[in-house]
Design a protein around this ligand. Structure first.
Ligand SMILES: [Zn+2]
Length: 296
């Protein structure tokens, strides 16, 4: 058996390094047609899954930790939301989502991609929200949840008597939501989490899997974890507003523990992610009229 059984036909494949970046958890649907959500769990797991014969590989979004082993699933049809497909097909497009061509972060992304021996992947099928798949017993519905990336998707999975939701990078970690790319958007992230909470309630979902965390069970527990996760955004916003009473530039807000309590290596890259995340908050605060202007 591959992975941990979540329901009759659905298995969670825990990523190496406990599913932490640069790896991710994947979801394997072992039905008449076989489907895998994301490929970043690790090379040995992907080679085993390739032996099973994967028919559909659905990438939840374009980030490298979810796609870098796509090539090992040789015969799968690769699917992704239409808004993220181009960043899976082209390394340049992926890097441009982190920063403009030849910016520091654009060049630093080569470091991350080289570690993964990253290669772009073809995309065979471009998805939209509410698209549905039937694999035999299991049905899967695509839920477009932009914010973390413009084409980020969650998946509602109906396995006969069990319904579950795969939250992808709405990952319920204590770090909270990540929005350090140019295509990220804080308001969209908040709306996407609200949409998922609504679906969990209405569809009576009792199992939630995600890309970098353990399985969460129980409808109320899932809703509470999603609300707490979303609240990290509001906590950060309150901190930013507090700091803005004395600081007048975004650069002065970086390294104050607003997002990262300490920067992992390469530090410069994580400082830039933090700066972009603060800029995303500033965009939202300007839209809401809570601040008037700020220097970068
Ligand atoms: Zn991601």
């Amino acid at each position: 058996m591959i992975g941990t059984k979540v329901s009759k036909h659905v298995f969670l494949i825990r990523g190496e390094n406990k599913g932490k970046y640069p790896f991710c958890n994947c979801l394997f649907i072992d039905d008449r047609l076989k489907c895998l959500i994301d490929s970043g769990a690790g090379a040995s797991q992907m080679m085993r899954l390739n032996m099973e014969g994967i028919d559909y590989l659905i990438n939840s979004h374009a980030h490298e930790d979810h796609t870098f082993l796509n090539a090992l699933l040789r015969n799968a049809r690769v699917c992704c939301h239409e808004n993220d497909a181009v960043a899976i097909e082209s390394t340049e497009e992926l890097k441009k989502r982190y920063g403009p061509p030849n910016s520091e972060i654009y060049n630093l992304m080569d470091y991350f991609l080289e570690v993964l021996n990253f290669k772009p992947s073809r995309v065979d099928l471009r998805l939209r929200g509410n698209d549905e798949f039937s694999f035999g017993n299991v049905r899967l519905k695509v839920i477009h949840t932009p914010g973390h990336s413009i084409g980020h998707c969650c998946f509602l999975i109906d396995d006969g008597d069990t319904r579950l939701i795969h939250l992808s990078d709405i990952d319920l970690t204590s770090f909270g939501p990540w929005y350090g790319c140019l295509d990220c958007d804080v308001d969209m992230f908040i709306d996407s989490i609200s949409k998922i909470i609504e679906i969990v309630e209405v569809m009576n979902i009792n199992i939630a899997t995600s890309s970098h965390n353990e399985v969460v069970t129980g409808k109320e527990e899932i809703k509470m974890r999603l609300k707490n996760y979303c609240n990290k955004i509001f906590d950060r916003e309150r901190e930013i507003l507090k700091l803005l009473t004395t600081e007048r530039s975004i650069d002065n807000l970086v390294g104050r523990g607003l997002i990262y309590s300490r920067f992992p290596e390469p530090k410069l890259a994580y400082m830039i992610f933090e700066k972009v995340m603060i800029e995303k908050h500033i965009e939202r605060l300007l839209r809401k009229g809570l601040i008037k202007s700020i220097r970068s």
